[in-house]
Design a protein around this ligand. Structure first.
Ligand code: ZN
Length: 91
């Protein structure tokens, strides 16, 4: 069911709990992440516009598939106070 049918009285900024997710009604309409239909509802779990419970479930399914396929991602420690040290005193 579309969120706009399920929560016809939701106001902008209202947080709504949908299963384990929180969605918020936004001022602006944007395309749903899953089906590309315009919607005012925004999932704070995915940081994406989402129009219905079905679409939210789709995102969860593709998310779970994605994390089960991908090898664990190692973040490169580029930014972590890396300091080049001159090599002194060798040889
Ligand atoms: Zn949708």
């Amino acid at each position: 069911m579309k969120f706009e049918e399920k929560y016809p009285k939701a106001f902008v900024g209202q947080r709504l709990n949908v299963n384990e997710d929180t969605i918020t009604k936004m001022e602006e309409m944007k395309d749903c992440e899953a089906c590309n239909e315009p919607t005012e509802y925004f999932s704070t779990s995915f940081m994406a516009y989402i129009c219905s419970e079905q679409c939210l479930r789709k995102l969860w399914t593709s998310y779970r598939v994605a994390i089960s396929i991908k090898p664990p991602e190692r973040k490169r420690e580029k930014s972590r106070n890396f300091q080049a040290r001159p090599i002194i005193g060798r040889g």
